[in-house]
Design a protein around this ligand. Structure first.
Ligand code: DCM
Length: 131
C-alpha cells in the first residue's frame, strides 16, 4: 500500500522562514514544524499546501520549489516539503499551532524542530531568499 503524503511549507517572507509550534497531538505538542497537512484525494501537492496554509494560518501562499526528498513520519505517512512565498495575510495560529516565529539567517536552531522536519529545515535555510 502507498504511504499517505503530508505536505509542508517552508514559507518565506522578507528573508525569514516561518516556524510553527504544534499544540496537538500531545506527543508532538511544543515541538516546532513547517506547517502543512495531509494531501486529500485528487489534489496535487502544491494545491494541498496552499489549502493547508490557508486553513491553518489564514494566509495566501505561492509554492516555489519542492525540496528534494521524502521523510518518514508515523507509520504509513511520509513528509514532502515545498518552499513557498507569502503572498498576502499575516500568519496566525488558527488550528494545530499555538505560536509562530519568523527565523532569519542563522536562527534555525532557535526552536525545537520535530526530528522529521530537520533535513528539510536545513535545506530551506540554505535556500532562504535575501530580505
Ligand atoms: N507532520 C510532521 N511535520 C510537519 C507536518 C506534519 O511531522 N511539518 C506530521 C504531524 C502529524 C501528521 O504529519 O502526525 C499530519 O499533520 P497534521 O496533523 O498537521 O495534519
Amino acid at each position: 500500500m502507498n504511504d499517505r503524503v503530508v505536505v509542508a511549507g517552508a514559507v518565506y517572507d522578507r528573508g525569514r522562514l516561518l516556524a510553527a509550534r504544534r499544540s496537538a497531538p500531545p506527543e508532538l505538542a511544543g515541538r516546532w514544524e513547517l506547517p502543512g497537512g495531509k494531501l486529500e484525494p485528487g489534489e496535487s501537492g502544491e494545491q494541498a499546501l496552499v489549502r493547508e496554509l490557508r486553513e491553518e494560518l489564514g494566509v495566501e501562499t505561492e509554492p516555489l520549489e519542492r525540496i528534494p526528498g521524502e521523510w518518514p513520519l508515523k507509520p504509513g505517512y511520509v513528509l514532502r516539503v515545498w518552499t513557498a512565498r507569502l503572498v498576502s495575510g499575516v500568519p496566525a495560529p488558527l488550528q494545530d499551532h499555538d505560536e509562530l516565529r519568523w527565523l532569519g539567517p542563522g536562527e534555525s536552531d532557535a526552536v525545537d524542530w520535530l526530528d522529521q522536519d530537520l533535513p528539510a529545515v536545513a535545506e530551506a535555510m540554505r535556500r532562504l531568499p535575501d530580505g
